[in-house]
Design a protein around this ligand. Structure first.
Ligand code: AMP
Ligand code: MG
Length: 403
């Protein structure tokens, strides 16, 4: 039996090298960028007015002028006008280019507008702080050709906005792996079926499919019987069609747990079987040399859950080329005892401690089969091996399963 750290290391050594694909920008959210994005123009591309008001020459105000004759209006989207007189001004709107000869914008809130002899005037009663007030200066955020987003970035709405503004309608991203999600077990029936008293509806593959969807990756669901010959035929076919197999169930010591031996017969090289953790100890992991990667997770729903979020999710992200996420830590809120020499994934509800750190309150569940217990949890606190008492106030890594 290997440690959690060793299991994560072996999985990390089997990251897939995924090809690059081009997708429309509108479909790129959640994908991992595989090309650098550069600024095609300055950010902002012109001196942009940031307040509705008037544009003046600062020198005129400094020279003692506080009332300016309005020469016209400069709207957002208009070509730049030219300010003519030293004591003149142009009304300007947010988003407009700064008029030529003007260098300062005074917002309407600091003005009194009036009319005299058919001419409109603006009187300034709150002095501007200096030239370029209320002007977002050209190139002050980024310069043309600057690197804006490096390859490997997970595309969130902020990145999508920047990619749109540099005029790209398509982007290069990682092509998601082809993933088969395979539940096993003769006691399991489809969601649409009415289970007999000794049967249950299968839920793991729906959970795994949704969890993959969160990573922007699709998985195709299959269900296999606890039948050695059938497993051999079906898994052989799936290994030829998919980059990744995520199985659940059939990896423990039961009489009908055929998955490890069938995988071995099919040439999937075992990298480990059994990890010193609870839940999820029977976890099996292997790979066809230079071929598909196989995660065979224990079938108890909470075990499947823990193994997905601890091992499969980081592996998927790394395979897509995303930078490793920062694992947050949370402060344990009450004392926990755990005797076995195993890493313990404790279901917790997350809050905010007075220190501002995340706080983790243990959620009582009925063990690895109680997936309804997860409804009250936000994730797992990873509690280290070789310690039996974990005191309130201690800080441990937190693995969230809620976004
Ligand atoms: P196994 O790992 O096959 O020994 O299964 C352990 C427990 O998890 C058994 O009680 C199974 O009925 C249950 N189980 C296995 N697969 C699923 C699934 N896809 N959905 C719900 N429960 C499952
Ligand atoms: Mg089973």
């Amino acid at each position: 039996m290997i440690t959690v750290t060793e299991a994560a290391r072996l999985i990390g050594e089997n990251i897939l090298a995924l090809p690059v694909t081009e997708v429309p920008l509108a479909e790129a959210y959640g994908a991992v960028l595989r090309e650098p994005i550069y600024a095609d123009r300055d950010f902002p591309p012109f001196h942009r007015v940031t307040m509705d008001g008037i544009a003046i020459r600062y020198a005129s105000f400094q020279g003692g002028e506080d009332t300016f004759g309005i020469e016209g209006v400069q709207l957002a989207g208009d070509l730049p006008q030219t300010l003519k007189l030293p004591d003149g001004c142009l009304e300007v709107m947010t988003g407009a280019i700064l008029p030529l000869n003007a260098d300062t914008v005074i917002r309407y809130e600091d003005l009194k507008l009036f009319e005299r002899n058919g001419t409109r005037y603006a009187h300034i009663f709150a002095a501007p702080k200096g030239p370029m007030q209320n002007v977002h200066q050209q190139g002050s955020d980024r310069k043309a050709t600057d690197l804006l987003i490096p390859a490997g970035t997970l595309l969130s709405p902020a990145e999508i906005a920047v990619i749109a503004t540099v005029g790209k309608t398509t982007v290069l991203v990682s092509q998601p792996p082809r993933i088969a999600i395979i539940s096993t077990g003769d006691e399991l029936v489809e969601v649409t079926e009415m289970p007999l008293p000794h049967q249950i509806r299968q839920s793991n593959s729906y959970m795994l499919q949704a969890a993959l969807q969160e990573q922007g990756v699709k998985g195709q669901r299959f269900h296999l019987r606890d039948d050695k010959a059938a497993l051999f035929i079906e898994l052989k076919d799936l290994l030829s069609r998919f980059d990744v197999l995520i199985l659940s169930g059939g990896v423990s010591k039961g009489k009908a747990d055929f998955v490890p031996e069938v995988l071995a017969e099919l040439g999937v090289q075992k990298l480990f079987h059994e990890v010193a953790q609870r839940p999820g100890k029977p976890f099996w992991f292997g790979r066809v040399p230079d071929g598909p990667v196989v995660f065979a997770l224990p079938g108890n729903p909470v075990s499947t859950f823990v193994c997905f979020y601890k091992y499969v999710r980081p592996w998927v992200r790394a395979s897509l080329g995303a930078a490793a996420p920062i694992l947050p830590k949370a402060v344990l809120q009450q004392e926990v005892f755990f005797k076995p020499a195993l890493t313990y994934f404790l279901p917790v509800k997350i809050g905010v401690a007075t220190s501002g750190m995340l706080s983790a309150k243990p959620v009582t569940t009925g063990g690895s089969g109680d997936f309804a217990g997860l409804l009250h949890a936000d994730g797992f606190l990873e509690i280290p091996q070789h310690q039996t008492t974990f005191s309130a106030g201690e800080v441990y890594p937190f693995i969230s399963f809620r976004s």
